[in-house]
Design a protein around this ligand. Structure first.
Ligand code: PMP
Length: 428
């Protein structure tokens, strides 16, 4: 199942060998640094998953500028991976850089608030609708605290997530219930006993290398079922901010009890936030009245991160930014779809605002379970390497592409040409 339908296995194997050799041969400094790193890092990488990305020796970045990466062997890449949404606005957006420069001389962490904190929570309330907000260091932490508060507010233990959802490196207890996305019947059965504190969901699933849209009526059903059974709804917007300036919550008109996000909210400075309803806030205030209650951490809401958040919310997440991202993503999607159609491949390409990805299924998947067992690992690696050897970097894990306000249209055009030529080479 390494070879998706439409691809010639022999051509794929030959291309993969050639592209792996080409990658390593052109990167002597990168290879030497990997050997050095092996002596002090697990798998020779600072985070274990980098070792699972397609290149035989992982990219070592010299600098990241705009929507481009430059490696230590002198190669330049258009970066469509954008740190898996954390660098969505580009690596050095001028508004974020100016904000950080300004704040560096005024302190990075104080454990007291600045005026920016209020500006930021006001803006979050305005965009996403929920009244009360708190800060964290990451999206993982935002989800952890949201689930804790859901349990506190409901007095229930169990959590429900959709199959193959990823919400950070959380410990899911054995009591977690799992149903397929878009399956309201299964959801109804799972929440009926009244023992689920919260459903934690991405509004549009972005994991598993695909964009999985909700069926018409799915979100209405999800909200009805959760309300009816006293189950809270936590919407994780971490990877769906590319959908629009108020995320999917605004695009789809959702009414969650809690919202979590992280990654790009502070333009690349570690930060997350979570918002909550009046009811959850009332429970949270009681819970935290006489101590810390296990919420928060020292580095959360440091003025440096919050100054960056203010810049992102007030200067970067504008309609113009989204218009540019959408226009480029539409072109990227159109060019991939044309190649798929031209070769009659049973694949499809999906998009959510500035996020695009192709999947080796003939129709858009309705849930992530349909994507497993994963088809086409070798083809995914081959596509990634072919493009990267020619200056285009996609997400190392899923092959997804993100458009930033700093992405050049010429890079999208180049992707389209390269995608056409690699598919020409690989098809039967
Ligand atoms: N939520 C979602 C939907 C995610 O995809 C991720 C990470 N990919 C997270 C939360 C966790 O983010 P982080 O690793 O930055 O804490």
């Amino acid at each position: 199942n390494n070879v998706p339908p439409g691809i010639d296995p022999d051509k794929l194997a030959a291309l993969l060998d050639r592209e792996r050799a080409m990658w390593t041969d052109a990167r002597p400094r990168t290879a030497a640094l990997r050997e050095r790193a092996r002596r002090t890092q697990l798998h020779g990488t600072p985070q274990h998953w980098i070792s699972q990305f397609p290149p035989p020796v992982p990219l070592v970045v010299d600098r990241a500028v705009g929507a481009r990466l430059y490696d230590i062997d002198g190669h330049e890449y258009a970066d469509f991976g954008l740190a898996a949404t954390a660098a969505l606005w580009g690596h050095n957006h001028p508004a974020v850089v100016a904000a950080l420069r300004d704040q560096l001389d005024r302190g990075s962490v104080t454990l007291w608030a600045t005026e920016d904190h209020v500006t930021v929570t006001e803006e979050l309330q305005r965009r996403f609708g929920l009244p009360y907000w708190q800060f964290t260091v990451s999206a993982t932490d935002a989800n952890r605290f949201a689930l804790l508060l859901a349990r506190v507010a409901t007095g229930r233990e169990r959590i429900l997530v959709f199959n193959y959802a990823y919400h950070g490196s959380l410990e899911y207890p054995e009591s977690t219930k799992v149903v397929e996305f878009n399956d309201l019947d299964a959801l109804e059965r799972a929440v009926a006993p009244g023992d689920v504190a919260a459903v934690l969901a991405e509004p549009v699933m972005t994991n598993g290398g695909a964009v999985i849209h909700p069926d018409p009526g799915f979100h209405t059903g999800l909200r009805d079922l959760t309300r009816r059974t006293g189950t809270l709804l936590v919407i994780d917007e971490t990877q769906t901010i590319p959908a629009g300036p108020g995320g999917c919550v605004r695009e789809l008109g959702l009414e969650p009890d809690l919202i979590t996000m992280g990654k790009c909210v502070a333009g690349g400075i570690p930060a997350g936030v979570y918002g909550m309803s009046d009811e959850v806030a009332a429970a949270a205030e009681l819970y935290t009245k006489d101590g810390d209650g296990g919420l928060g951490s020292t580095l959360a809401s440091g003025p440096l991160a919050v100054r960056a958040m203010r810049a992102v919310l007030t200067e970067v997440m504008t309609d113009e930014t989204y218009a540019h991202m959408n226009r480029l993503a539409e072109r990227y999607e159109r060019e991939v779809a044309a190649v798929i159609a031209q070769h009659g491949l049973p694949w499809h390409v999906g998009r959510l605002g500035g996020r695009v990805s192709y999947a080796f299924t003939p129709t858009p998947p309705r849930n992530a379970g349909q994507l497993y067992p994963r088809v086409g690992a070798a083809a995914r690696d081959a596509l990634w390497l072919y493009l990267a050897n020619r200056g285009i970097v996609l997400n190392g894990m899923s092959g997804a592409a993100l458009m930033s306000p700093m992405t050049d249209e010429s890079d999208v055009e180049r992707h389209g040409e390269l995608f056409a030529s690699v598919i020409d080479e690989l098809t039967c």
